[in-house]
Design a protein around this ligand. Sequence first.
Ligand code: NAP
Length: 291
Amino acid sequence: MLDAETKLYGLLGNPVSHSLSPFMQNLFLQRAGINGAYLAFAVNNQRIKEVLHGLHALGVGGCNVTIPYKEVVIPYLTGISRTAEACGAVNTLIYQEEGFYGENTDGAGLLKALEAQHQWTAQEASILLIGAGGAAKGVAMAMAFAGAKKIQIINRSLNRAQALAEQLAHYGRLAAEALPLESLQDAGLYQEIDAIVHTTSVGMYPAIHERMPVRLDALEERHLVVDLIYNPLETRLLQEAKARGARVASGLGMFVHQGALAFQHWHHRPPDLTNIEKLVEAQLVHQKESK
Ligand code: NAP
């Protein structure tokens, strides 16, 4: 029930019409008994500065930020966290009296999900990261800060992988290395790694039959294979890795936990996550069916 006391939260991006954040955040608010509402705003590219000032002037409690504004918002914030600075991107705005403060919960959200699902931590881990875009950066930084031993980055554009490896070596005390896409064929690569984290959009709906050329015959039960994609819930990569006996995790857990961490920043308590992945998944199916 909305009334004169209802506090507003929201998502800034473009497009936002398929986002599951409003569904999830409103459910969190409802479960916590908080008088709040969370809306999605498709922001015009030219007006992000005005939007931020306006939302702050209205006393909006917090926002999530998605593509294409994760980097663009930074100059208009009063400050950003160490993680957001390392990523060069913000996905959460937190109301402070002087303006919004920027945080990035994407990478930490993935780590929370992997801990909850597989009791897996990045501490002392050797990770193969496929992709070097915005999501890869967030994940790599969170893993470096969590004590990863080694991160090898494979990307179609090698120069982007190299830039990320250099940045990782600067921020974290770990070995970071960039490799060309062809290295995925090197069976030796898989022997020393604990986890493969796929962060590109290859295999995402509707191109669900595509997958990165990971050497499936080099996968073992001890490997954890993570795909940041959650539409489809199980990408071809995850299906085939699972069939080889590897443990797998989809991007749904990351999505839920990055949102849960944002909620915690705004409301100073964690949301009730009971059955949340099933509910978000059902919403995803509903969206597809009503297309
Ligand atoms: P981005 O910044 O545009 O980066 C895209 C990455 O994918 C780059 O490394 C790019 O390589 C690579 N790539 C794209 N098409 C490719 C192809 N055909 N072959 C090989 N590599 C290709 O995008 P992003 O924001 O990082 O998002 C990447 C994925 O993560 C998306 O699927 C997104 O849905 C997912 N994601 C999930 C969550 C979650 O909560 N689960 C959060 C954020 C993102 P180049 O550098 O060579 O172009």
